[in-house]
Design a protein around this ligand. Structure first.
Ligand SMILES: [Zn+2]
Length: 78
């Protein structure tokens, strides 16, 4: 049993069901909590940085930019 750091609600979390680094959400306030330790069981507020989704968009932009730059460099070298 752990306590939500956001709303102090008791969360019934079985250490066997989670791994370190897992992100769960609080039933009471919906906060995302990351398991930072299994023994003792500890969670911290998970900061949602939207990393995965943003990365996909950024990668698309970067790829186009890099391709254009590489083509310019090739022209200079030739
Ligand atoms: Zn909560």
């Amino acid at each position: 049993m752990i306590q939500c750091p956001e709303c102090d609600a008791a969360i019934d979390l079985d250490p066997d069901d989670v791994d370190e680094g897992d992100v769960i959400s609080c039933d009471e306030c919906g906060a995302e909590l990351q398991v930072v330790s299994l023994d003792p069981l500890e969670v911290e507020l998970y900061e949602d940085e939207d990393e995965e989704e943003d990365d996909e968009f950024l990668e698309d932009d970067d790829e186009e930019g890099e391709l254009e730059e590489e083509e310019d460099e090739d022209d200079d070298w030739r």
